[in-house]
Write a protein that binds this ligand. Structure first.
Ligand code: ACO
Ligand code: ZN
Length: 281
């Protein structure tokens, strides 16, 4: 059984066409069996339906009436828009998105019920429509206080700050819910790098402003970052000492400045005044 499992998990689809990009895939994704003999699949960039031949896609594009992800536009700033898609109301879209995402996600099981998830799809918009650059998914109700299940920036858009934007967005939603959140584990290498970068920058900025006079609990209340994630981030930066049975933040201004410099660019910011959203009920 084990061998069979390994065998079937060999990467199947080698490339996909999506909008104006041809993208090489990274991992196996469990497309329905009739697609498995095809090295290349053609995606409609709006409804994410996928096809085996270019002509099929061309025919589809003439009649597909979507120009953006289905669902509500909850954020718009300049040419960037975020759409919230309910997996229960848009089941096929949710499933298509999961098939697509799995091509770039190694360790995730994505085949649970899309009904239980909301999908936040980030787009660059122009006169031809809203083009997906990445997304994250979120459970409608999480007992483990997860505020993000899976995150992806499509390869042509990576390393431009969209990943950190998506992460920041997930915490803005948590702030509106009045809850702390944390990403579902395990994190991929790139996921961990992106989260560590985000946590580091957010926490260092606040520590600098407050000259270090702040507790982990207060940091957590301000940022919606779970206390454990704050502790591991600050421990990694060697800003925590253990005194009389308690973790205390020791933020020497010189050390803060050194870390801030090393933390690199801040990236794209979420403009909270442009987020129009109420938590899922
Ligand atoms: N090499 C080295 N560092 C990298 C790389 C890379 N290829 N990619 C990202 N990073 C690090 C950098 O520190 C970067 O910050 P910097 O550019 O300021 O140095 C930081 O991560 C984030 O960069 P962004 O541009 O904001 O992120 P990006 O848009 O590239 O998206 C993401 C990051 C979503 C993790 C992307 O790499 C991706 O989609 N990977 C494939 C899917 C995946 O692994 N998702 C996470 C799984 S875990 C989970 O879903 C809970
Ligand atoms: Zn379509």
């Amino acid at each position: 059984l084990r061998e069979h499992e390994e065998f079937t998990k060999v990467k199947n689809i080698a490339t996909i066409e999506l909008g104006r990009y041809e993208i090489e895939t990274w991992y196996f994704s469990p497309f329905p069996p009739e697609y498995n003999d095809f090295l290349k699949l053609y995606f409609c960039e709006f409804c994410l339906n996928f096809m085996k031949r270019k002509e099929q896609l061309q025919r589809h594009m003439r009649k597909c009436d979507l120009k953006h992800p289905p669902g509500d536009e909850i954020y718009r700033s300049g040419t960037l828009s975020m759409f919230e898609v309910d997996g229960k109301k848009n089941k096929v879209y949710g499933q298509n998105l999961c098939y697509l995402a799995k091509l770039f996600l190694d360790h995730k099981t994505l085949y649970y019920d899309v009904d239980l998830f909301l999908f936040y799809v980030l787009c660059e918009c122009d006169d031809r429509g809203c083009h997906m650059v990445g997304y994250f998914s979120k459970e409608k109700h999480s007992e483990e206080s997860y505020n993000l299940a899976c995150i992806l920036t499509l390869p042509p858009y990576q390393r431009k700050g969209y990943g950190k934007f998506l992460i920041a967005f997930s915490y803005e939603l948590s702030k509106k819910e009045g809850k702390v959140g944390t990403p579902e584990r395990p994190l991929s290498d790139l996921g961990l790098l992106s989260y560590r970068g985000y946590w580091t920058r957010v926490l260092l900025d606040i520590l600098k402003k407050h000259k270090g006079n702040i507790s982990i609990k207060e940091l957590s209340d301000m940022t919606a970052i779970k206390a454990e994630d704050i502790l591991t981030t600050l421990q990694g930066l060697e800003l925590i000492q253990y005194r009389k049975g308690q973790h205390v933040i020791c933020a020497d201004p010189k050390v803060l400045d050194r870390h801030l410099k090393a933390a690199g660019r801040g990236g794209l910011d979420v403009d909270v005044s442009k987020l129009i959203w109420t938590p899922y009920k």
